[in-house]
Design a protein around this ligand. Structure first.
Ligand code: ADP
Ligand code: MG
Length: 577
């Protein structure tokens, strides 16, 4: 069918009941692209209709150089998503009731992510978007629909999916920046670093609700000379900045001096950022996981015995479940789950940590004996984690000097500028011994992978076998359950939550079979996505999914309140010394 047929069909539909729109489902050949109507909404107030355009390479004319590596391809797709979204926003006039006339695509924030909104394959570029088919009340506005689909969409395609029409310098910059950032992240690992913050980086944000860079009064980052490292990136060449070595790093300093802002930049350094973000070359080890206290969360069969032991009433902690964890227990579970999923770096901010999990000083040890305190504080475990398991930690710690004893590197934030105060802190530790008794025991203790039981993961609701939905930025409605992800701080886009929900449903039909341990399930899901894209885990032609990491997938599963597990003691790693 052709564009002319679609146009005349729509005009014929004018004035008819909304249901008649179903007729336009199908494929239409336009001049220079194909328009596909995958799903037609039931009424003007329902979620909008799903459409795709496919533009062949011969028409789109993107130089192969812009998508000849995974880094570049993702950055190009991200750029096109943003351009299409901007242009669509300008065309989205209200043309009647409800969502009539709106054209929309995934709306990225500061992060460059692989999303299903724009795809590039051997034939061309595919864009998936939604459109509110116009109506007045429940009557079809056929002329407006014809204008929208047959005039506005061709204009959008010409403006945003034809290479010559785009800002080529800006596009080039984005592709090269993303490639350099991915390169830097790989290079980190070769140099035994866990994070890199370049000189000149702008870390503070507009506000807590606005993730764009602070425009006024932002002080650019400058590495202390002793921690400065240099790289030669494939595109931009030389870049210098602060390298945080593997091991235990403290970020200290007075309140309001920029500690949390630095840690936040490190947390999101697992992702690439758009040029102009200020953090586009701030990169972190890809397995870094933010850890915090999260009282009230549920825990399913986690071996938290390295941190919590000898609970009152002799409750065991090597297979610990609760529907309402305390601050310290939740923080212990968050760490053990991160280790289970393969984290090699932990990021902790005192602002969101449980005090009794973080420290236990000499005086408290004296007053409350070890036999009366189930919690082994992190300070006694952090070196074992590094020495036995090669897991590094970066801690924001303005309130306790006890950690000077266990730190390899101490960075002081002073009026938003870092100073290397490691030697000074070590000297102070020698001059003022804490006289703490070490409570960490012989070794870190076991990490015991769990086998999730598929019957406990039920996406059904009523008569629907699968009913999963993302309501707001941090909650997945999963069947009859709600998964609260507000405390999972390395989730940056709603599309990631949608993709995670789809991945859980998809895994249930595959390796989440009651015999396979969680690490292997995570590995399978990630491998499938790496191989076939996010389409591999979702129903066809969804345009609203964004790439996630294995750690956030695990985090969602771990917060599903119905989850039941069996420990896999065969895979338990008691100690790796
Ligand atoms: P801390 O954790 O040390 O108490 P924060 O990181 O929360 O401090 O920063 C305090 C305030 O200073 C925040 O409003 C933050 O946006 C701002 N800020 C942080 N870094 C910078 C910087 N480099 N330049 C300007 N303002 C900054
Ligand atoms: Mg802070």
């Amino acid at each position: 069918m052709t564009q002319e047929i679609l146009s005349s069909t729509l005009i014929d539909l004018d004035g008819r009941g909304y249901k008649a729109y179903q007729e336009i489902k199908g494929r239409y050949q336009f001049d220079g692209f194909t328009l596909i109507v995958d799903r037609v909404q039931g009424d003007p107030f329902a979620s909008p209709s799903k459409l795709r355009v496919r533009v062949p390479h011969a028409v789109a004319r993107f130089p192969q150089k812009l998508y000849d590596s995974t880094s570049r391809e993702i950055a190009l797709r991200d750029y096109l998503t943003r351009q299409f979204g901007l242009a669509a926003g300008q065309k989205s006039d209200r043309r009647g009731s409800g969502k009539s006339g709106a054209i929309a695509i995934a709306t990225p924030g500061q992060t460059i992510l692989a999303r299903t909104a724009v795809l590039i394959d051997e034939k061309g570029v595919e864009v998936r978007f939604v459109a509110g088919l116009p109506a007045r009340g429940r009557r079809i506005l056929g002329r407006q629909a014809a204008q929208m689909l047959c005039e506005d969409i061709p204009e959008l395609v010409a403006q945003t999916l034809h290479y010559p029409a785009l800002n080529q310098g800006e596009l080039q910059q984005q592709v090269e920046a993303a490639e350099d950032a991915d390169w830097l992240r790989r290079e980190l690992m070769k140099r035994n670093l866990v994070a890199f913050v370049p000189n000149g980086a702008i870390l503070p944000r507009c506000s807590g609700a606005d993730d764009r860079p602070l425009r006024e009064g932002a002080i650019a980052f400058q590495s202390p000379p002793s921690l400065e490292v240099e790289f030669c990136c494939p595109n931009q060449g030389q870049i210098a900045g602060m390298g945080i070595p593997a091991g235990i790093t403290l970020i200290v300093g007075g309140g309001y001096h920029g500690k949390s802002t630095l840690l936040r930049a490190i947390e999101v350094g697992v992702y690439n950022h758009i040029p102009g973000d200020g953090r586009e070359f701030t990169v972190t080890h890809p397995t870094a996981v933010k850890i915090r206290a999260e009282d009230g969360r549920s825990i399913a069969g986690v071996d938290i015995s390295p941190f919590i032991n000898g609970l009152p009433q002799g409750r065991s902690t090597d297979h610990f479940s609760t529907t309402n964890a305390s601050g310290s227990t939740s923080q212990a579970a968050n760490i053990m789950e991160a280790l289970e999923a393969g984290a090699e770096v932990l990021l902790i901010d005192e602002d969101t940590s449980a005090t009794n999990f973080t420290i236990r000083d000499r005086r408290m040890q004296q007053l409350i004996g070890k036999d009366k305190e189930p919690i082994t504080p992190f300070i006694d475990k952090v070196r074992q984690l590094y020495e036995e398991r090669a897991v590094s930690s970066i801690l924001v710690m303005g309130g306790s000097g006890d950690y000077f004893d266990v730190a390899d590197t101490v960075i002081a934030m002073d009026s938003f500028q870092p100073r290397d105060v490691t030697e000074n802190a070590k000297q102070i530790a020698r001059n003022y011994p804490t006289e703490r008794l070490p409570e960490g025991g012989q070794d870190f203790g076991p990490v015991t992978p769990r086998i999730p039981l598929p019957d406990s993961i039920d996406p059904s609701r009523g008569r629907r076998a699968v009913k999963v939905k993302v309501r707001d930025a941090d909650e997945i409605a999963f069947g009859m359950e709600e998964i609260d992800l507000a405390a999972v701080e390395q989730l940056v886009e709603t599309g990631q939550l949608r993709a995670i929900a789809a991945a859980i449903v998809s895994a249930k039909g595959k390796s989440l079979d009651g015999r396979t341990a969680l690490p292997e399930i995570l590995e399978d899901v990630m491998a499938e996505i790496a191989d076939r894209g996010l389409d591999a885990i979702a129903e066809p032609y969804r345009g609203d999914l964004a790439q996630f990491r294995r750690f956030e997938l695990a985090a969602a599963l771990n917060r599903l309140r119905s989850l039941r597990v069996r420990p896999d003691r065969d895979l338990s790693t008691p100690t790796l010394r």
